[in-house]
Write a protein that binds this ligand. Structure first.
Ligand code: NAD
Length: 311
């Protein structure tokens, strides 16, 4: 990955889950890396041990502050309000961060003529009957979060067409791995508090496409270095879907709690939730020559061990 050498890289949201894993890798490839994060969800501990990294605690809604950062060659734009139910309760804040903040980051990239990789989401598809879902599927977001990501994507496409900015959009499915948040972490937290009962929000029949963070970091590196990625949008998932109830059963089996812990679906989904995420990943396989290598089954035990619930 010599392409990163000598390049100045800006990672927004670099103290978060995906960003900190990406920055760990980038810090070994580049000597000019800036993390720009307001720490609303990320933690400075995630990145403070990384060598040669410049950390800036600031908000992407602050254009002046973005402009004051040194000229950059590449921007990974990961900073976002990431919680779907929160977006439904706070749609304006969600829009200001995810749509307005993205516009600010694009302006910084335009000023510097920097390449951009934008983190989008399965939430742009919403509820779809086309499964697995390809990138050509239209936008049908079911949440304010999904809609603000659509707006972010549309600005990226506009900047690419009108200003010739080199942009790649990556739509993530459900990313998991060490330090992740989301449903796996939520289950582990609940079980460690009360091993007798595991509450599932919704029916448990909703399903997700789980992709490991190490595979995601590989896809992010390729997205910024491969010429064929410019102007493209890619689904980054495993290409398989797992119901939440099956996920719960797998976790309980690994913990030796099958038959002991009662699984209790609330049967009421949260507002903005979607039923199925299942990505068609043939495009990214063909164009970027990327394919996920790590399966959920292979890594679940490791994830649980990391939380020290067993062993
Ligand atoms: P995260 O919350 O761990 O990371 C986001 C980071 O952005 C946090 O460190 C947070 O402090 C920072 N941030 C939030 N608002 C900010 C603001 N206004 N200014 C500056 N920094 C701000 O989330 P993540 O899981 O690492 O997600 C990274 C990106 O990937 C997000 O854009 C998210 O929408 C997208 N994504 C993630 C997943 C997933 O499964 N984790 C799935 C789909 C899309």
């Amino acid at each position: 990955m010599d392409q990163f050498k000598g390049n100045s890289i800006l990672v927004t949201g670099g103290a978060g889950f995906i960003g900190s894993h990406l920055c760990k890798k980038l810090s070994s490839l580049s000597s000019n890396l800036t993390i720009y994060d307001n720490l609303s969800n990320g933690k400075v501990e995630n990145v403070k041990h990384l060598p040669k990294v410049n950390f800036v605690k600031a908000d992407i809604r602050n254009l002046k502050k973005l402009y004051s950062q040194e000229k950059t060659d590449l921007v990974y734009h990961l900073a976002a309000q990431v919680v779907v139910p929160y977006s439904m309760e706070n749609p304006i804040e969600d829009f200001e961060t995810n749509a307005g903040g993205t516009l600010n980051v694009l302006e910084k990239a335009r000023k510097d003529d920097a390449r951009v990789v934008f983190a989008s989401s399965a939430a742009v598809y919403g509820n779809t009957t086309q499964l697995p879902t390809p990138e050509t599927h239209g936008f049908n977001p079911a949440s304010c979060y999904g809609l603000s990501k659509v707006v972010g994507e549309q600005y990226c496409n506009m900047y690419s067409k009108q200003y010739g900015l080199e942009v790649t959009i990556v739509r993530f499915a459900n990313v998991y791995g060490p330090k992740c948040h989301g449903v796996i972490q939520d289950f582990l937290d609940k079980i460690s508090r009360n091993p007798e009962q595991l509450e599932i929000i919704g029916s448990g029949m909703q399903s997700r496409d789980f992709v490991h963070i190490h595979d995601v970091v590989d896809a992010l590196l390729l997205s910024a270095t491969s010429d064929v990625a410019i102007g493209e949008t890619f689904n980054i998932g495993f290409g398989k879907t797992t119901t939440i109830i099956d996920l719960a059963k797998t976790i309980l089996r690994i913990l030796g709690l099958s038959g002991k812990t009662v699984i209790k679906p609330t049967n009421t989904p949260w507002r903005g939730d979607i039923k199925t995420i299942w990505f068609d990943i043939s495009k990214v396989k063909e164009i970027l020559k990327w394919a996920p290598k790590i399966s959920l089954e292979d890594t679940m035990k490791e994830l649980i061990m990391e939380r020290k619930i067993i062993g």
